[in-house]
Design a protein around this ligand. Structure first.
Ligand SMILES: CC(C)(COP(=O)(O)OP(=O)(O)OC[C@H]1O[C@@H](n2cnc3c(N)ncnc32)[C@H](O)[C@@H]1OP(=O)(O)O)[C@@H](O)C(=O)NCCC(=O)NCCS
Length: 162
């Protein structure tokens, strides 16, 4: 069983810890780096939470106090919601946590009347890409270098919301 909930301000340390773990564990997957965010203070993490759309996932195998995964939804304007910061810790993978997190962002986007959810995924990240395809995302023609490591390429994916 996977429990997903939106973060509240009191989660700032839990969010910081799993986000920094993600950036250390899977640098190939994110546009930001560990060095970019390791010195963020309490106010920065609280600000991110206050923006809304950040979710944590919990499973019994990891425990009630430590998140098994995280994800973010971000809507820069009235258009698509951007799915960002998807991460599931290694010992929690393959248990449906990723899918539950994506469902949470899709629900959040629907609630905001977004026409679609868009994301960038590193071209070589086959597990993530497979998961997104299972959740209804299709590859677009968009391509860009990964900002944190321009030697890697990112592809755009989109899921329309009807
Ligand atoms: C991508 C990721 C979020 C998937 O989360 P998840 O909860 O394991 O998702 P699923 O349960 O649907 O499994 C996804 C894939 O991982 C595989 N998997 C299963 N158990 C695994 C394990 N112990 N370790 C690694 N991968 C595993 C699954 O077989 C599946 O592979 P497939 O798509 O080739 O069939 C997770 O692997 C992760 O956090 N990776 C590092 C960060 C990242 O890539 N983020 C995406 C940014 S765009």
């Amino acid at each position: 069983m996977v429990l997903v909930r939106e973060t509240v301000l009191a989660d700032w340390q839990a969010l910081r810890d799993i986000r920094l773990l993600a950036l250390r564990d899977a640098p190939y997957a994110f546009g930001s780096t560990y060095e970019d965010q390791v010195n963020f203070g309490e106010a920065d993490w609280r600000q991110r939470i206050a923006r809304g759309g950040t979710f944590l996932a919990y499973i019994p195998q990891v425990g009630a106090s430590e998140p098994a995964g995280m994800i973010g939804g971000y809507q820069p304007g009235p258009g698509p919601v951007e799915l960002v910061s998807m991460f599931v810790r290694a010992q929690a993978r393959g248990r449906g946590v990723g899918e539950a997190l994506i469902d949470a962002v899709i629900g959040w986007a629907r609630h905001r009347d977004a026409p679609s959810v868009h994301l960038w995924v590193t071209e070589t990240n086959k597990h993530a890409r497979g998961l997104y395809e299972r959740c209804g995302f299709s590859v677009t023609a968009e391509r860009q270098p990964l900002p944190s490591n321009p030697a890697l390429g990112e592809i755009g994916m989109i899921r329309p919301l009807s």
